[in-house]
Design a protein around this ligand. Structure first.
Ligand code: NAD
Ligand code: ZN
Ligand code: ZN
Length: 319
């Protein structure tokens, strides 16, 4: 069974799907647990670039290798694995660069809706179903290129470690690798404390930040952020003035590091404006619909701020 999205905007429907055996260099994985990341929602809304329908979404998951195709050496049936929505071929110039986590042999440069040989392993009711980011974890069985699975410890609890597929490394890595929150005593603001933003909170805490301000319009999420290390919680709806002014008033000159983990143009500019005008670093994590444009007053960057983006928190998810 798999959750199939037949068309943009249509609810997922649970279907019986045929999953072909893995071809050379591929593995078939029995998915035991899957997480839901907001990027799946972007896909269903038709905002994800170049995605084709019908598709099996899902890109956070954990499972057990069921069978392997010819030439597969790094995993064997029975191994526990995490599918990687950002693969690591280990051979391209980007994989060989210790500072890069963007493999050139990914679905982004090849075909994200079909496997590397440009075919699908899924059929349903006689129709070809597309893959998503080569992993499609909303299925009981899925076929993935070998270099897009990471073998994990046999004792790992799959219902928890599935979050290592996207949300956790993205947020934690955004703090540690992308922003490089290393100075103890730093101040940080996190816009949006869903799965990704809460992981940013954990990263900032681990880095020794002294003030961690969670910004969200959902008070239940703010309570969770506090449990995980946020020192202050701010709901923008409680204020008349722009949130960047609220944060600047709270901190004197803005935070040292700000993060946008929502995916709206207005909160991206607000996050940028919330960090110190000269030395602040703002990391864009949230995704905007493909083709979206952000306009900013150039003085926001000209005054010295650094504006960065991150993919999976800069983590290389496989050796
Ligand atoms: P989520 O839905 O779990 O969390 C989003 C949070 O933002 C929610 O708590 C929501 O209440 C809050 N929010 C919404 N509008 C707001 C506003 N105007 N002001 C303040 N808070 C607001 O989403 P998620 O799974 O944590 O993903 C967050 C974003 O990160 C998405 O855009 C997703 O596509 C993106 N993402 C990017 C990467 C990457 O590699 N860059 C990886 C994973 C996810
Ligand atoms: Zn994701
Ligand atoms: Zn590579």
């Amino acid at each position: 069974r798999a959750a199939v999205a037949w068309a943009v905007g249509k609810p997922l429907s649970i279907e019986e799907v045929e999953v072909a055996p893995p071809k050379a260099g591929e593995v078939r994985v029995k998915i035991v647990a899957a997480g839901i990341c907001c990027t799946d929602d972007h896909l269903l809304e038709g905002c994800f670039p170049n995605a084709e329908f019908p598709v099996i979404p899902g890109h956070e998951g954990a499972g057990i290798v069921e069978s392997v195709g010819d030439g597969v050496t790094s995993v064997k049936p029975g191994d526990k694995v995490i599918p990687l929505c950002l693969p690591q071929c280990g051979e391209c110039t980007f994989c060989l660069n210790p500072e890069s986590n963007y493999c050139l042999r990914t679905h982004f440069s090849e075909s994200q809706s079909l496997l590397p040989d440009r075919t699908s392993r899924f059929t349903c009711k006689g129709k070809q179903i597309y893959h998503f980011l080569w992993v499609s974890t909303f299925a009981e069985y899925t076929v993935i290129p070998e270099y897009a699975v990471a073998k994990i410890d046999a004792a790992a609890p799959l219902d928890k470690v599935c979050l290592f597929g996207c949300g956790f490394p993205t947020g934690y890595g955004a703090a540690i690798n992308t922003a490089k929150v290393v100075k103890p005593g730093s101040t940080c603001a996190i816009f949006g404390v869903g799965g990704v933003g809460l992981s940013v909170v954990m990263g900032c805490k681990a880095a020794g930040a002294s003030r961690i301000i969670a910004v969200d319009i959902n008070k239940d999420k703010l309570a969770k952020a506090k449990e995980l290390g946020a020192t202050d919680c701010v709901n923008p709806r409680d204020f008349k003035k722009p949130i960047q002014e609220v944060l600047t008033d709270m901190t004197g000159h803005g935070v040292d590091y700000s993060f946008e983990a929502i995916g709206h143009a207005d909160t991206m500019t607000a996050a940028l404006a919330s960090c110190n005008m000269n030395t602040g670093v703002c990391v864009m994590i949230g995704e905007l619909p493909s083709g979206a444009v952000i306009s900013i007053d150039p003085i926001l960057v000209l005054s010295g701020r650094t504006w960065k983006g991150t993919l999976l928190g800069g983590m290389k998810l496989r050796k």
